[in-house]
Design a protein. Structure first.
Length: 301
């Protein structure tokens, strides 16, 4: 990426002042952002996820407020996005606008998170309403696509509204020629908590349901967890798929090994990872991101 040295350098400390005095700079910066194709020659993507806070999900491992500091989160994101092999970022408008002002979104794939209404731990958590980007916003600001969380609970009548909203978003994005990234789960309530079912058969069922949402499916991608029997799961779709990292648990080396095995599957086209790379146990964001980048892009050489 070529850095334009004629532009004044913006730091995290400047963001509130810019938002107060010059909010128009955000609109102008989106219009001026240098864009790129969604995939390069190897057809793979490494995307950093940063849409957790807007759903009230601030925890990483045992730290329930690990992502509470916006300054720290932005600094970690800027470090990740500067590493070779990182293709883009997934986030809500507040985070993406900050990253834009910091000058780290040129030549990156930018995916807007669309539905953050199902707040973590809320009685209405499965009501995944669209409260962030709309398809029209994604097109107007020049983002490459939109992502929707689509949790499917067969015991919750509200699920049908989530499916309808996701289908409408897929169709609206497709009409504009933009990526629609669906993150489906078959979910249940257990002891008052929403639990995503991560066994192979449940994942396959969620894939089948999500794949049929909206029309046409030409721009639909999936975002799926790494589960057991992943080859059988991936045989259930021809849609390009990015695997998610989730809340990191256990030995990071085991996680990296699982990602490496999964990336050998034909439908798997990369990773969308947030907490596992932004908050590694040893604190070295750059090193964790470099490992993921080598797994995604080195495997395609």
């Amino acid at each position: 990426m070529t850095i334009d040295t004629t532009k004044p350098r913006v730091s995290v400390a400047d963001l509130t002042d810019i938002r107060t005095r010059e909010p128009r700079r955000i609109h102008d910066a989106w219009a001026a952002r240098h864009r790129r194709p969604i995939v390069g020659p190897d057809g793979r993507l490494l995307v950093i996820a940063a849409d957790h806070p807007a759903r009230g999900a601030l925890g990483v491992r045992s730290d329930g407020v690990a992502m509470a500091s916006r300054t720290e989160l932005l600094e970690r994101l800027a470090t990740a996005l500067a590493r070779p092999g990182v293709d883009g970022v997934l986030g809500t408008p507040d985070i993406l606008d900050d990253l834009l002002l910091l000058g780290v979104l040129d030549d990156k794939v930018v995916v807007g998170s669309m539905n953050r209404g199902g707040l973590q731990g809320a009685s209405f958590e499965l009501d995944d309403r669209f409260t962030a980007y709309r398809a029209a916003d994604i097109a107007a600001f020049g983002l490459e696509g939109g992502k929707m969380l689509t949790r499917i609970c067969l015991d919750d009548p509200g699920t049908v509204e989530t499916l309808q909203a996701s289908a409408a978003a897929v169709s609206a994005l497709a009409e504009l020629g933009l990526m629609a990234m669906i993150e489906p789960f078959l979910s249940v309530r257990r002891e008052g908590r929403v639990v995503n079912l991560l066994d192979p058969d449940s994942t396959i069922k969620s894939v089948a349901i999500a794949s049929g949402l909206g029309a046409p499916s030409a721009h639909t991608w999936l975002k799926l967890p790494v589960v057991d029997e992943l080859p059988r799961v991936m045989d259930s779709t021809t849609l390009p798929t990015l695997l998610l990292g989730g809340d990191p648990q256990g030995d990071p080396n085991e996680t990296y090994a699982a990602w490496g095995r999964a990336l050998d599957l034909p439908a798997v086209r990369g990773l969308v990872v947030g907490r596992a790379l932004l908050f590694p146990p040893n604190g070295d964001v750059a090193a964790a991101v470099d490992i993921a980048a080598e797994l995604v892009h080195g495997a395609a050489r």
